[in-house]
Design a protein around this ligand. Sequence first.
Ligand code: ATP
Length: 250
Amino acid sequence: IVPLSTSQQNNGNVRWDDVGGLEDIKAALCDMLKWPIKFPKLFKNYSKGALLHGPPGTGKTLIAKAASVESGLTFFNVKGPELLGMYVGESEKCVRELFNKARELAPALIFFDEFDSLCMVDAPPGTLISRVISQVVTELDSLKGSQVFVLAASNRLELIEPTILRSGRLDRVLHVPLQNDVRSKVAIFKALTKNFIFSSNFEIGQLALVSEDVSGADIYSACVRAWIKAAKRAIAYNSTGIVVQTMDFY
Ligand code: ATP
């Protein structure tokens, strides 16, 4: 059984402004969660779930956390494979218990990461995956009128069983791309360096220009490296402040 106490994780208090760029997706999720929570009766037939798909490290988990914090939802963070490989019948039971717990602690958001491992297309009938898919479908169909929402994430849209994406289930499919335009990259750098102190000649735009084909996760690594370089320099010079320079990022 999935330890619900651990899957019901801290969402890190991530806010929208911690997520650089992805404005369309923020707006779509805001829409999907805000109105049904505010006016449950009016929006009882509104979408209960969405699938976020795109390359690794583009911020799918981050945006799910921010959505839960900004909408005041209890956050359940489940990695698809965690629910598999159990005794016969246990995986389905686990899915059932997860949704029951979410109903109990509603308003709530269940986030399934690596969803393709759980709801993979073309699973032969009777197999573990096909039984899990049936259970997930049953649970999604029972969410109408509840204050439980579901987000799922995958790197590969084509691997997801289409039944799950039908109307009334995860019927919003949102692509989370590698953000390659300068404006979005600057937004990611800014979101990740909110607490940095920069030298006066620091140029964030320059960083965004030289970094090509990078994900938010790559930018995060560059920011951590830069911070460590600056911290080492501060220690070496016995300085009181950690000041980050543009070159620290390279
Ligand atoms: P995967 O598909 O591998 O699970 P993911 O799309 O869920 O990846 P995240 O886990 O959300 O990616 O991102 C990893 C880290 O990269 C985040 O915790 C954050 O530090 C950074 N990051 C990614 N995208 C952004 C973004 N748009 N703005 C700010 N930080 C970002």
